[in-house]
Design a protein around this ligand. Sequence first.
Ligand code: FUC
Length: 810
Amino acid sequence: MSSMLAAVLLLGSTPVAQELDWAVWSDAPAAHFVEAAPVGNGRLGALVFGGTARERIVLNESTLWSGSVQDADRPGAHEALPEILALLRAGKNVEAEALVNEHFTCAGAGSGHGNGKDVPFGCYQTLGELVLEFPGMEEPVEYGRALYLQDALVRVGFDVAGVPHVREVFASHPARVLVVRLSNDQTGPLTFTARLARPERATSRSDGGDLVLAGRLADGKGGDGLAFEARLRAVVRGGETRCADGVLHVEGAEEALLVLGAGTDYSGPIPGAWDGAGFAARVRRDVGAAARRTFDELLAEHVADHRALFDRVALDLGPARTLPTATRLADLARGEPDPQLAALYFQFGRYLLIASARPGGLPPNLQGLWAEELQTPWNGDYHLNINVQMNHWPAEVTNLAECHEPLTRLVESLVAPGGKTARAYYDAPGWVAHVITNVWGFTAPGEHASWGSTNTGGTWLTQHLWERYAFDRDVELLRRVYPVLRGAAEFHLATLVEEPRHGWLVTGVSNSPENAFRLADGRTATTCMGPTIDQALVRELFTNTSEAARTLGLDAELAAKLDAARARLAPFQVGQHGQLQEWLEDHEEADPQHRHVSPLYALHPGEQISPHGTPELAVAARRTLERRGDGGTGWSMAWKIAFWARLGDGDRAHALLRNLLRPTAELGFDMNRGGTYPNLFCAHPPFQIDGNLGATAAIAEMLLQSQRERAGEDYTVHLLPALPPAWPTGSVRGLRARGGLEVALAWEEGRLTRAALRRLAGEAAPVRLRARGKLRLVRGADSAPLEPDEQGVARFPLAPGERIDLLVGE
Ligand code: FUC
């Protein structure tokens, strides 16, 4: 190990895991946001740049949204519906689209075309920054900067004039504060200033010994919106401390502990996200309580809290290369094998989810939690046509079920405003949400037909509520979320229309997320009836809702109606290129390589298409993927990893993962050149967290799957369904499978050698298991071989609480 690393590693006085194997690290300070190290406690976030003379820490708070609650529904919009539908039935999509733009978009500015910070939709914004300046620290040597994923701790170490300095930062969930420790190994004087700043709508001041940054955001209607406040208290050993005019001066100290709390007066409409009443007093209390404790106490509490989640899953793909993370990305792009980098990326994704999604907070948005802008890209909002869902794909399978709770709350909060939107636009019962939402209950269509009228955004969200139940078998949770499923199902039941050619039931006015098609006359359009993704989503919702009704002993009549309607939904169709058709008609795509791969929803995250259950459709799905190509935005490539994993092609999944890990410095908008920034943040570009989290789930899909292979069948656990040759030997433990199972696996030279399954919850139903190689069952004295049936599926009973070990081989 280089001495530079020693500076980082040896100075920590607290016994935390300091292995660089599970660190994202660098030998230079960050020059940009996408090089900085993210920490978060679910609500408070920070990005640590690690500058020695000037340390910049970008601050975030998840409720910090401009805008306000608004009525964005066009009254009486549903009056335009019959005419729009008539045009669609007549194949006049362009004309229908013009009417959608005229009568069927949201009222008002909508998202402000993605620049909504000063309109009512609003925008997720940075809280500001903490700037620390250290005179005389311009020329460090032996510099190292690491984000330790296991401890959720950033440590920066370097020497100046022979004196080692170390700076540590973490965001504590239990203490509700950000903690920064500055020390110089107690051998020399520590001198610095600290300031809190924000480029607009805030003032900073000194309050007693504290620094306070406070302001009001724009409500988007010309007035003040949310109030916010950040408070920093310094606990300094030795030297002199003075706090005046918004600047904290520390001179000649031995060590300084900085504790920062922040909050807003946000109080809904998302329940339980954060109670803004008396927020400034809460922040002051949190800061006061933390400042009375020692760094070691705070850190030990934080590490225990983080590890209770993080340590549930271990993935071993081989030894780590002891090189800065960005060097490893560059080497991989040049062809240097580095399986452990995939494992690091996977654990980084789990780390990010833990840091940005905790019960009692908001779900991670497009930025997760981390933003340095006032106008974040696409308002840093909740996009419902892939993005916020992808953020949550790792929650269940990587054993972080509680990280699904904030999204669940968000979905529950859409039922009331979405009910109003359903009445305004469709004259329908139930609730609907379209393509974008925010923390203010926005459910109207977006401001343009080309992307804003997909009406299955909410439908897709309900899949997450069902997935929680599918994995955890928690009937009480199902009871809680059932009304949300029912409301979404009632909406579709009332709004499905018959398409003219076959009489199939289809969604009415919609589009296949953001992709356009060519009509026979050469014009392009997006507005259509029954795009394939809608049909898959509605089929899935009806299936789940009727199964939930039966499980809970409720609404037998509704369940029967859902079953009957489901049988009449438009089926999947194979088109002229052998592809899975994206629209009801076999239109040419305007952009065959479009980043959205919506027709394949049914392959992943849905389960209606599978190589074993629907082999012909799986072939068509493969053809769609071939035509889409292996590029795209970060999230698009993450999704493609999962698709190839579901198709059982580990090598191709791995090729996509390599594409995703391609290093990039591109910061502007690009719809085709996704990759990975030096701090491992996913590049859309710009930075968008969905690709990180989506690829985390997709890596899990390569190792373990548990979806249904056929409608009405039980879940099939599939061990190593898409193991790539690039990961010949490894092991994983702690992944979750549907049906209440936890799974551990090991493989050597590409062959499964051992597996263990434990049923944590659910019924004593037989496990259906598919695996590479011949399995032998070892349960206590039992060592019966497992005989697979003609489909390659072995079955064995497993009671709740029971564990079974499996050996592979003759
Ligand atoms: C969808 C995608 C874009 C981007 C945006 C936030 O509209 O099509 O690529 O991810 O969401």
